[in-house]
Design a protein around this ligand. Structure first.
Ligand SMILES: Nc1ncnc2c1ncn2[C@@H]1O[C@H](COP(=O)(O)OP(=O)(O)OP(=O)(O)O)[C@@H](O)[C@H]1O
Ligand SMILES: [Mg+2]
Length: 282
């Protein structure tokens, strides 16, 4: 049965999309079967992989007839028939040899039309995912920076949420309090009893900046860290690797596997796997 994980923080620009792409890719590198769903009407995740693809985009907009999450929900399509598959490969030096590394990612594209989507059935996506439940180990949903009926529908479909925070964006921590409240709502009012916050992590960290260092030290105090479910791993600011990965349309574990940021995501994924294992044993 697939484990469904969303990235949730109402605050914009904290690294939800870049993190979910790189986390999903690292899970895929570890041999897991992974589906990514672009749930944001900004369609950043879809653009990341496909903007240059003329079968999918035309003049910066999705071509007519390309099925997305919107059509799955609004036209009652089978989600399985809307999945696009990608394979990424790279050559890595291993001792004095090279070896091939690869990861496969499947994706359900996002649509600007999600801005106009409304539903009274918060369980509709959860229902739609049942047909692909056995095909994947992990399904990741990229949330928009919002709280509305769509994000509630995503929360109802999720087993866990992860919360990227930006040390320089104070209000992303306030966004976290909203996340807690909305998860409670999804559990108590919409019946998704198993939904949990898997953890929070700081993204885009520049610890040499005084304000970030102070906030980081405060939140890494053991009690605060435990109560906020912070992961040990932080994702460092790494402008050049992010640029390379965006230009190559590849996750960092493929495009710059030895970079700081690729190492950080690898570590974070290990922590996520351990937490999931612990949760499932309890
Ligand atoms: N670790 C990092 N180092 C450098 N740049 C980063 C890092 N993480 C994210 N960025 C950059 O920060 C910007 C915002 O990231 P991203 O789009 O992932 O945020 P988001 O939370 O998904 O935004 P939105 O709320 O609008 O969906 C992007 O330009 C991204 O390339
Ligand atoms: Mg985003």
């Amino acid at each position: 049965m697939a484990i469904v994980i969303g990235d949730y923080n109402r605050k914009g620009g904290v690294g939800k999309t870049s993190s979910i792409i790189n986390i999903a890719a690292q899970f895929a590198m570890n041999g897991k079967r992974v589906l990514l769903i672009d749930g944001d009407s900004q369609t950043n995740l879809t653009q990341y992989f496909y903007e240059g693809d003329e079968d999918i985009f035309e003049n910066g907009l999705l071509r007519k007839g390309v099925d997305t999450l919107y059509e799955v929900l609004e036209q009652d399509l089978n989600i399985f028939n809307t999945i696009y598959s990608m394979e990424f490969t790279a050559r890595r030096k291993w001792g004095n040899r090279f070896r091939k590394v690869s990861c496969n990612l499947d994706i359900v594209l996002g649509s600007r039309d999600m801005d106009y989507y409304g539903t009274e059935d918060a369980g509709i996506l959860k229902e739609k995912l049942k047909v692909v439940d056995d095909l994947y180990d992990y399904i990741f949903i990229d949330f928009p920076p919002a709280h509305n009926v769509v994000t509630m529908m995503f929360l109802v479909a999720c087993d866990y949420v992860i919360v990227p925070l930006h040390l320089a964006k104070n209000s992303s921590a306030h966004g976290y309090r909203d996340v807690i409240e909305r998860c409670r709502e999804a559990r108590d009012e919409y019946g998704n009893k198993k939904l949990q916050v898997l953890g929070l992590f700081y993204n885009n960290v520049q610890i040499y900046k005084t304000d970030q260092k102070m906030m980081y030290e405060y939140s890494m105090d053991p009690d605060t860290k435990k109560s906020m479910r912070l992961f040990d791993t932080t994702i460092r600011h790494d402008y050049s690797s992010i640029q390379i990965s965006e230009a190559d349309r590849q996750p960092v574990c493929i495009s710059c596997g030895n970079s700081d940021i690729a190492k950080d995501y690898k570590k974070l994924v290990k922590e996520m796997e351990n937490r999931i294992k612990e949760e499932r044993v309890e």
